[in-house]
Each structure stands twice: as structure tokens, then as C-alpha cells.
Ligand binder design. Structure first.
Ligand code: ADP
Ligand code: MG
Length: 314
């Protein structure tokens, strides 16, 4: 009996999945895969396929690659349906859905404004009010129409520019995890900067241990134990610009067309990373009460906002 038991334990150990890790810089951040697989080859094969998909998403949806399919759309005639690739259509459909859900707090049509603010950040100068006004007229998710039956999109104003920067990393992490699932590797976690998408927990554990920046304080981290969901943190800590003594975040308030100038940060747990990524951005735009009300009505979502005590100390 003892020999049998020892053999069972031993053979289990022999066949136990090992942990593998892969990293690649992508979308302006570092993507990290952690997975438990029966062999290096199996893990490697899945990770190559997953990175290839993330690269493909980036090529289609990047706001930085001048000839990305997304940016090419800005050069097409307005008020006419444009057929787009299946990959881009799916990304835009999800993004528009999140815009509707957040009533435009997350809005993938803010490209004209994010472009202006990117330039301002570089030059450390406030954008001209007329430029902002003009950009606002070319923004708004209601100006983006999609037709799934024909796989077309229509831009309903001139000067429009789409920006998936607030959701693309999450979408890529979801797509990568789906590929690991296809390879039967469910014990996988994908980290894409501030967005994490997790499958089943590591062997013998309750979940993945995720370090979340303690909001309102960039020195500390708290940990969460999660599985089969996603978590994203957005905030002004890293990419804010100070102009005339005011800090403007890289997240735009669609109501004003300005970068957020109050201290903002939000962590959202959601079923998918596309959701958590877009919602974390939206919850920064919304006032805390509105953000809580929004998250309450979406199944499977949780929100963490900075402790007001810490916030006021910043
Ligand atoms: P990060 O990607 O830096 O972690 P976010 O997920 O919050 O942070 O995305 C911020 C990016 O989203 C900005 O750089 C810009 O490209 C875009 N963006 C800014 N404001 C909004 C907004 N209100 N809705 C949707 N996208 C936005
Ligand atoms: Mg986001």
C-alpha cells in the first residue's frame, strides 16, 4: 500500500505541470505570460501563437503606427460605410459597446483630443482653446456607426480619429488567453502593463497573486488573489504633464476635452480585460459616486478607488 502511494505521488510529480514565463515589449509596455504546462515546448508553442496575435492586434489598432488600419480610417471619406478587417471590426465593436455602457466616459473616438494632448505633453504647453473645440466637434462615440452584417464602419463627422489606447491592451490580453485555452493551457495569466487577464489558478492555489498599486500612493502595493477574470488599473501617476502648475492626466474628460486635472486612479475587476481596461479608464473620468453606480450595474465587476485620506494627501 505504501509503495503504491509513494509511486502515485512520484508519478504525479513527474507529470506535474511546470511554470513557464515569457515576456515581450509590446504596445508601449511589457507583456508577461505565466503559464503551467506539461513541457517547455507546449508552453513555448502557445506563447508564440499568443504573442503573434497580440502583434497582429497592435498592427491593426495602434494609434502610433502611422499606417495601422485604425489610423488609415481617418483618411477615408466620411458618411460612407468602410469595410474593415474582421480583427479591427471586433475590436471596434467591443470598444463602442463599452462607450455605450459608460455613456461615453470611455470613448474610442477621442483620437483628435488624445493627439493634441500628446503633443502638449511633449512641448509642456497648453493646447489652444480653438484646437480643443475643433477636436471636440470631431469626437463622440455616436459619430461611429458599425454594421456587423456587412462588417463596415461609418465615420459621421470630418476630422475623426479613433484611439483604442484605453482598451487595446485588455483586448490583446483576452485574445492571448483565448489562445492558451485553445492549447489546453488554462492555468495561465497574461499581464499587459496595468491590465491582467487570468485563467484557472496555478496548481494547488486559490488564484493568481496580483500586485495592485495602492491607489493614491505610488510607493505601495497591495495584493489580490484572483482567477478566471481580469483586473486593470488606470490613473494619472505615470503619464501626467504639469503645465502652469496644473497636472493633466493622459486620460481625457470627454465633457471638457481636457486631460483630467484632479488626482485620479481606479482599479476594476471584471470578467474580461477588455472590460476592466475600458472601465478603469471610464472610472477615472467619472466622479467616485458615478463610477460606483456604473460598476454596480455591470455583472461580475468590482471597483477600488483611492482612499480619500490618501488622495487628499497627494
Ligand atoms: P494606460 O493604457 O496608460 O494604462 P488607460 O487604459 O487608462 O491607461 O488608457 C489611456 C489611453 O486611452 C490614453 O493614452 C488615450 O490613448 C486613451 N484615452 C484617453 N482618455 C480616454 C477616454 N476618456 N476614453 C477612452 N480612451 C481614452
Ligand atoms: Mg484602460
Amino acid at each position: 500500500m505504501r509503495i503504491l502511494l509513494t509511486w502515485l505521488v512520484f508519478s504525479h510529480l513527474l507529470h506535474a505541470d511546470e511554470r513557464y514565463e515569457f515576456e515581450r515589449p509590446l504596445m508601449g509596455t511589457l507583456f508577461r505570460i505565466q503559464t503551467y504546462a506539461p513541457s517547455q515546448e507546449v508552453a513555448q508553442k502557445a506563447s508564440m501563437a499568443a504573442f503573434a496575435e497580440a502583434e497582429a492586434i497592435n498592427e491593426v489598432a495602434s494609434d502610433y503606427i502611422a499606417d495601422s488600419e485604425l489610423l488609415q480610417l481617418s483618411k477615408k471619406p466620411t458618411h460612407q460605410p468602410i469595410v474593415v478587417s474582421m480583427r479591427l471590426f471586433c475590436l471596434l465593436e467591443q470598444a463602442r459597446h463599452m462607450a455605450v455602457l459608460t455613456d461615453g466616459a470611455f470613448d474610442p473616438t477621442l483620437g483628435p483630443l488624445t493627439k493634441i494632448w500628446r503633443e502638449s505633453r511633449r512641448r509642456q504647453k497648453m493646447p489652444a482653446a480653438e484646437m480643443i473645440q475643433q477636436a471636440r466637434e470631431s469626437s463622440g462615440y455616436r459619430l461611429l456607426a458599425l454594421d456587423a452584417s456587412k462588417r463596415t464602419i461609418t465615420l459621421k463627422a470630418s476630422g475623426m480619429r479613433l484611439d483604442l489606447g484605453g482598451i487595446a491592451k485588455g483586448q490583446a490580453a483576452d485574445a492571448m488567453l483565448a489562445i492558451f485555452f485553445q492549447h489546453q493551457l488554462r492555468r495561465t495569466s497574461i499581464t499587459a502593463g496595468g491590465d491582467v487577464r487570468m485563467g484557472d489558478p496555478p496548481p494547488g492555489q486559490k488564484g493568481w497573486t496580483i500586485g495592485v498599486r495602492a491607489l493614491g500612493n505610488d510607493m505601495e502595493e497591495t495584493t489580490l488573489t484572483l482567477s478566471d477574470c481580469a483586473v486593470s488599473t488606470s490613473g494619472d501617476l505615470q503619464q501626467a504633464v504639469k503645465i502652469d502648475g496644473v497636472r493633466y492626466a493622459h486620460i481625457i474628460d470627454p465633457q471638457t476635452g481636457l486631460g483630467l486635472s484632479r488626482p485620479v486612479a481606479a482599479t476594476v475587476i471584471a470578467p474580461t480585460a477588455a472590460q476592466s481596461d475600458a472601465l478603469a479608464t471610464a472610472c477615472c473620468v467619472l466622479m467616485p459616486e458615478q463610477a460606483r453606480a456604473l460598476i454596480c450595474k455591470i455583472p461580475g465587476c468590482t471597483l477600488r478607488l483611492p482612499d480619500p485620506a490618501t488622495e487628499s494627501g497627494r
